[in-house]
Design a protein around this ligand. Structure first.
Ligand SMILES: Cc1cc2nc3c(=O)[nH]c(=O)nc-3n(C[C@H](O)[C@H](O)[C@H](O)COP(=O)(O)OP(=O)(O)OC[C@H]3O[C@@H](n4cnc5c(N)ncnc54)[C@H](O)[C@@H]3O)c2cc1C
Length: 443
């Protein structure tokens, strides 16, 4: 395709979803393609971006998302793309347009009606949502950690419950007053949240809840599989279990949840686990609106099927990257996992392949390089395994080294979306904030 179209219009590349993958992609496209020939457009339903793997810290209050979030408008100005606020509703492939839902004011009145944005190339990077597998009561009673709003909602509920407990302890004995949290799903999200909650609870006493301490927190982590952290070697999962149990977490494995109600979780074995707050973190799927969107091929989990070049199977002008894409490279049927490092790598391949399409050059296949998995147990420890040439296969790591590698994933994201200078400056600012700011966000 020529850089400018025959009709003289600029070539328009639309990226929907400015998350771990999409925001890195628009920064690359905007930073490298000449503005006189290309119009790069990011569509996101939120005005700001927060890196999703930080959400458990936002939920526990140990991270103030206001300090880490990136406003799309300012970012777009810096990187030479345009930002449109709005949620993707559908795709009209014949007209090569995406349809964006009306934008509503806080009081529900329409700011901008349903509108269409033309594309020559489209990249879908809308991430994933929690998969409740249709379990009764989950939608009504459990929180998820899909968005910043979810994390904020969790934090407010947790704080209110801690306040209730604290009040009951000062007014009467409060012997049976606890903040009870049930987390369903023993993957990285559930494990990280459980540990982060204890870390936050130990600090609450310094911030006005004098009589509250971590002994008043009761966290139950419920996993259907035989052990937590199935993506990590057994030895590390055992170490994480021991660490969580030492903190006070009740770790239940081989326990299937059959329903949730206002006051707790029911298991298949007949146990009722009472809880004030319930979190569902037992797997992800594509959002419902993706199912068959624009006639594209999607999986049962609403993910868009893509081939090796990350182009969707039915339309070479539409790519999908990150959690919303389903790509199974090998013969063994194992799809690329929904992870930040996969979204980061897919953004790099999508960028190269978009350029190749524009320049009429051959596209390259996406090769996933699994760098390993790391799980942070708040300030207590980090466990994980590293993969690759550097360590010659898979190596289990724990403690400070693991923490260093864990934090480097976020640093890489900062550098990818801000460039080296600003990215590294923000890393420094993060360190300064840790010293000068309160350890907890309590509002
Ligand atoms: C608590 C938690 C901890 C995690 N920890 C790790 C970890 O340690 N390591 C790791 O590798 N992965 C981790 N993950 C997974 C990781 O966050 C995701 O795999 C990654 O963010 C996926 O990137 P993405 O670009 O596909 O989607 P996202 O980063 O989720 O971005 C999707 C974007 O699309 C936008 N969007 C959604 N729907 C629409 C719509 N209809 N219209 C317009 N915009 C839309 C959203 O607003 C968002 O900006 C964690 C996830 C969670 C929740």
């Amino acid at each position: 395709m020529p850089r400018r179209r025959k009709d003289g219009r600029k070539t328009q590349i639309v990226v929907v979803g400015g998350g771990a993958g999409g925001l890195e992609l628009v920064a690359k496209l905007g930073g490298h393609l000449p503005r006189e020939d290309f119009d790069i457009i990011l569509v996101d339903r939120n005005a700001t971006h927060i890196w999703k793997p930080l959400l458990h810290e936002v939920a526990a209050g140990s991270l103030d998302a206001n300090l880490d979030e990136v406003g799309y408008r300012g970012h777009a100005f810096r990187w030479g793309y345009r930002y449109f606020d709005g949620a993707l509703e559908s795709i009209d492939r014949d007209a090569q347009e995406v349809v964006v839902a009306p934008i509503l004011d806080d009081d529900g009145s329409e700011v901008i009606g349903r509108h269409r944005i033309r594309y020559d190339f489209l990249v879908l990077a809308v991430g994933s949502v929690s998969n409740d597998f249709g379990t009764p009561g989950v939608k009504a009673h459990c929180l998820s950690l899909d968005t910043r709003a979810d994390a904020d909602r969790f934090r407010r509920r947790l704080l209110n419950q801690c306040l209730r407990v604290s009040r009951s302890m000062t007014q009467n004995s409060g012997a049976d007053a606890y903040a009870r949290v049930a987390i369903v799903g023993g993957g990285a999200t559930g494990v990280e949240l459980a540990a982060e909650l204890y870390s936050a609870a130990t600090a609450l006493g310094f911030y006005g809840l004098e009589v509250f301490d971590e002994k008043r927190l009761q966290v139950t982590l419920i996993e259907a599989g035989p052990r937590i952290l199935p993506a990590l070697p057994e030895k590390l999962a055992a170490a994480a279990t021991a660490e969580l149990e030492a903190l006070g977490v009740r770790v239940l494995t081989g326990t299937q949840v059959i329903s949730a109600s206002a006051d707790g979780i029911e298991t298949k074995s007949g146990e009722h686990i009472p809880a004030d707050i319930m979190v569902w973190a037992a797997g992800v799927k594509g959002a419902d609106f993706l199912s068959g969107i624009g006639g594209l091929e999607t999986t049962r989990n609403n993910q868009l099927l893509v081939g090796p070049t990350l182009q969707t199977t039915r339309d070479p002008n539409i790519f999908a990257i990150g959690d919303c894409a389903s790509y199974t490279p090998g013969e063994d049927g194992t799809p690329i996992p929904p992870r930040a490092q996969a979204a980061h790598q897919m953004a790099a391949t999508a960028y190269q392949n978009l350029r190749a399409l524009i320049d009429n050059k051959p596209l390259r296949d996406f090769v996933y390089q699994d760098k390993g998995s790391l799980v942070s147990l708040a300030r207590y420890t980090t466990v994980g395994s590293l993969m690759g040439n550097l360590v010659g296969g898979r190596m289990a790591i724990e403690g400070r080294l693991a923490r260093l590698v864990y934090t480097s994933l976020y640093r890489m994201h900062l550098i990818a979306i801000h460039g080296w200078l600003k990215g590294l400056s923000l890393v420094l600012v993060g360190h300064v904030n840790q010293v000068v700011r309160p350890k907890l966000k309590l509002h």
